[in-house]
Design a protein around this ligand. Structure first.
Ligand code: HEM
Length: 544
């Protein structure tokens, strides 16, 4: 699982956690100040600011200094993509961090939009008066109860450290000393019970009056809110609700998706490409399993020939080449078991492939057809295909500059007037989105294979950790073919062993049939990456 460090809240003078939070240096049971800092820019009156990843442009502020903050920022470099913003990744990371520490599974919605400039500053300070703290939270859209809930839920994890807060935590020299807020690194209600029964050692309560912001906040409604959170269940429920609101505090122009829920079937890593003498097709399907271990089979239709589109009911099929149980703090928190089945099959180029689907035989008389709600997973075209095995990522080819992309273009479709890639990434140097187009040239050093000729080009811009691209071939007649949303990060990724291909004219569920057991990809899953084959979920929300 990805151990995101989250930094939910940050106040002046290296407030709130830049330290424990980082995945690299500190505990995973932490948040990121990025979330709350972004939210702290929200102005409830005019709807500006909120969770928009503007923190990436604000690290030179005094309120954002600290190694933890910068490490946390770099932790988030890898995961955003063309469709999923950094702000969404920060929100997902919050959900993960809370669940990792045995907290509740916070509902998640997608659709946040990244800012490309810094937002206003002005997050609260532990030395602020209660009036100032209350006004600050109110400006962001949180009333007094919610302020108390947010601070209590945030301060169930982590603590205050020397030398960042020498008036709160004692220490000597440069040695770091951390005083935990509630004595544990679990998402528990000790922060509440200790405050109410007087046993708390919360540094923002016991150290000194000037910096006793937790005392001021927690007692601001005569302990009514704290008393209402003084059990494991009420604490978890309250924190889930108030963190949900925090994560959904976005600029007024942003529309978030519906809550993203577990889909029973998720198809991913779909790729049709060219091998040495034939095509190669790969796809993965992730299922939610009950107690039984099912037999999973992938079926598909030819694209050409007498069996095209399953004419005569001709279907090809194969068993998975590998499978693995996948889990995350979220799946654990939800109590579900997920298993992913990987298929890699050779495809005769003269037959090719037009669509595919799966059957899941539970061995108890129940067989479910997973066919995208009756639409099957459709492969749009096979004229232009990305060839990952002949491409090179900058991280794969030491010393190279950029990502070298090789495309296969179907020879029988004629010489294309143009082959090019439209690339997208998020730069690591300035955190800005990068779009650039590069032409690919005919590469005669690669011998034609399986009826395809090869084109190569190199994308040289700083696309960050991974580049996504749409691969285009413009045919002589003007038709534009596209292999959509490929990812450089898949270069060099090991595949499961190839499976034996069989064929049948019976069984396997009828292609295109919408049976009672049909399942459909979740809408946001589809939004995340319906690729050229119509079914490639490209950002794997690991818990879904
Ligand atoms: C009245 C508002 C708040 C004030 C004045 C405040 C102040 C502080 C301070 C001084 C620290 C110590 C930071 C360090 O030593 O580096 C801290 C840590 C922390 N705060 Fe807050 N905080 C506030 C609200 C919040 C909220 C709303 C959250 C989350 C929703 C939160 C989550 C955390 C966490 C997780 C830590 C631990 C960081 C670590 O261990 O490195 N805080 N806070």
């Amino acid at each position: 699982m990805i151990a995101f460090g989250l930094h939910l809240y940050r106040a002046k003078q290296r407030f709130c956690f830049g330290q424990i939070i980082s995945i690299r240096s500190y505990s995973i049971c932490s948040f990121s100040s990025q979330v709350y800092h972004d939210i702290a820019t929200h102005n409830i009156t005019d709807g500006t600011g909120g969770l928009d990843a503007s923190i990436f442009f604000e690290t030179n502020r005094e309120e954002n200094v600290g190694a933890g903050m910068n490490n946390t920022l770099s932790d988030f470099e890898t995961y955003p993509n063309k469709y999923v913003s950094r702000a969404d990744i920060i929100a997902i990371a919050t959900v993960f961090a809370v669940a990792t520490c045995s907290g509740p599974v916070i509902p998640f919605r997608g659709g946040r939009i990244d800012a490309n400039v810094a937002g206003p500053s002005g997050v609260p300070d532990a030395a602020d008066s209660l009036d100032s703290l209350t006004a600050n939270f109110a400006h962001q859209g949180f009333n007094v109860s919610e302020m108390i809930q947010l601070v209590a839920c945030g301060h169930t994890l982590g603590g205050v450290r020397y030398p960042d807060f020498p008036t709160v935590v004692a220490g000597t020299g440069s040695t770091t000393v951390v005083k935990l807020f509630d004595g544990t690194q679990q998402f528990d209600h000790n922060i509440v019970s200790g405050y109410l029964d007087g046993t708390t050692q919360d540094p923002l309560i016991v150290a000194n009056q000037t910096m006793a912001s937790d005392t001021r906040v927690f007692g601001s409604d005569n302990n009514v809110t704290m008393q209402s959170m003084n059990s494991a269940d009420s604490f978890a429920q309250t924190c889930s609700t108030v963190f949900d609101k925090m994560l959904n505090t976005v600029p007024s122009g942003v529309t978030l998706t519906d809550e993203i829920t577990l889909v029973p079937v998720k198809v991913s890593a779909v790729q049709l490409t060219v091998g040495t003498s034939q095509l190669q097709f790969q796809a993965s399907v992730r299922l939610v399993l009950a107690s039984s271990t099912p037999t999973v089979t992938m079926y598909w239709c030819d694209r050409y020939g007498s069996g095209a589109n399953c004419s005569g009911n001709l279907k090809r099929y194969a068993a998975p080449g590998g499978s693995q149980t996948v889990s995350s703090p979220i799946s654990t928190g939800m109590g579900v078991t997920l298993k992913k089945y990987q298929f890699v099959v050779p495809i005769d180029a003269s037959q090719s492939i037009s669509k595919f689907w799966f059957t899941v035989d539970y061995g108890n008389g129940t067989t479910v057809t997973a066919n995208n709600g009756g639409s099957d997973y459709v492969i749009d075209q096979d004229v232009v295909l990305w060839v990952p095995s002949m491409s090179r990522d900058k991280s794969v080819l030491t010393g190279s500059n950029g990502v070298t992309v090789t495309a296969a273009v179907k020879t029988s479709s004629g010489t294309p007037s143009r082959v090019y890639i439209d690339c997208f990434g998020r730069a690591t140097t300035n955190y800005l989105p990068v779009n650039a187009t590069y032409d690919l040239a005919l590469n005669t050093s690669i011998p034609a294979a399986a009826g395809y000729t090869f084109y190569t080009g190199t994308a040289t811009a700083d696309f960050g950790a991974t580049m996504q691209f749409d691969l285009y071939a413009v045919a002589a007649n003007g038709t534009n073919y596209v292999d959509t949303y490929r990812q450089s990060g898949l270069i060099g990724v090991a595949l499961a062993p190839a499976s034996t291909v069989n064929s049948t004219t019976t069984g396997g569920g009828a292609a295109g049939a919408s049976g009672a057991g049909s399942v459909r990809l979740g809408s946001w899953g589809s939004r995340l990456g319906v690729g050229m084959v119509g079914a490639s979920v490209l950002l794997t929300l690991r818990y879904l």
